[in-house]
Design a protein. Sequence first.
Lengths: 239, 326
Amino acid sequence: MGSAPYIIYPLGDQALTIELGKKIEEQTNRRVMEVFHQLQNNPIPFVSELIPAYSSITVVYHAFAIRKTHPGLSAFDWMKAELTNRLQQKGDGAFSSRLINIPVCYDPELGPDLAGLAAFSGLPVAEVIRLHTEKAYRVYMIGFLPGFAYMASVDPAIRMPRKAQPRPQVAAGSVGIAGEQTGIYPVNSPGGWQIIGQTPLPLLDISQESPCLLEPGDQVRFHSISMQEFNQMKNSRSV
Amino acid sequence: MSILVIKPGIQTTIQDAGRIGFQHLGINPGGAMDLRAMQTANALVQNPANEAVLEFYFPAPVLQFNAGAFIALTGADFKASVNGIFLPVDHPIYIPAGSVLQFNGKNKGQLGYLAIQGGLELIEWLNSYSTNLKAAAGGYEGRALCAGDELTLNTHPKAIRSSTKCSVLPWKAYTESFYTNNPFRFIPGKEFDLLSKASRQLFITGGFMIQPQSDRMGYRLQGPELQLTVAEEMISSAVTRGTIQLLPNGQCIVLMADHQTTGGYPRIGHIITADLPGLAQKGIGDSLHFVQTDLETAENLLVMQEQHLQQLKNACILQLDAYHRH
């Protein structure tokens, strides 16, 4: 496990990125998560952030604090040496992947691009929904917006590129497709993904200690609900 | 003991050093655009370095103090005044109860900061007072201030609130070394070498202008169109404050405090941390030039700035203590 190839490069003067691959692949992302959990459970001093992505993990550090404690070394070199050492160690692999079920209402009112995507794919709408709900997706990373999970891989039959012109406003909870990725907008935001439905669940709840429903490494499964169920779930939440 | 917002200004938000440790959830650090100004303001009134401050653009807010308070104004100079008395930046100032603090024009810079001794009574979100406008969380109800908002002042053990006279204390924080003007120094990003030789040259010689669609998320730049020699397929990964990305139209964007946590555009370079305060004080229509430096220089400059800040804090403690003894 520790022998997988990687490169480390500076991302400005207070962060570095460990690149573990150059593709969106489950195996690479598993290694990303393994390193992420290893560094979370056994932290390196002076590290302020760990940001896992598809095939990389970025480490943000306090350069001044490192320089004060280790004079004579550059903060980047010190951190790189620490990480190189850690990457040689075996990960314990002792982290569980959660399976999160997310209800989605695929009504055209809430999924304004569903019909367009069906036409683009040459499939009936019901088949698009079946294919979207058929499999579990991996949360490869979270970015773009607070709690926005990039999930993959969408069945090749229902892949569609982003919209040429992003919408000025996509409603919170909207479920979209962009190429092989699927995702959910946690807050109202401009956005270019093909919107096929909406979940009544809050992806971001700022009153909670863990404010985001999804975390990197989770497995997600969608299931179809009616407009009535959608409204019921949405209303029960706001009471 | 509170401050009443009479006029909110165009975008006045509560900020601190940022929300650290949540970028893996897509929650960006945010925080003051000009961190050195925020830290200086707090040092001048003997607050902890990360105490919440007000950050404001011009037109700036009009604020009524319902209790006497020690304050400091740093960053941009917007010709502040209280009851007709002009107030300088970078000094501790006592303003009496009933004072109306207002800003009368743009003298220098883009972002002003106001620290109040003892800080403000606010609820933290994820260990920070910074306002996250996207998540509508942190700061004051997760939004920019509005007319009629009332900010409650914390008590401070050293607070003197009885004086009825406005006084500018006779010492100044020297902040010049925090501010680099043009050119701004960058270290090359991962994709810098993918630029054509001509584009690499243009990036340094060309000059850029900050476009109107610029905000706390990033500065959109207008300049020479840059080209990559190869169209490399980019996979999204983390970005940082100061990262310069190349957009598909050949123009650049510099990411600022409220940047997205991840991005998929080629990274031309990263403005060094030591030059970010100066960049934060640039605004729409200002021109920028870039000059290449190396990581070692960037770290050395950061260390020098941190040491200067520490000296500044020590000096403020000595001066304010001496003042209180008299």
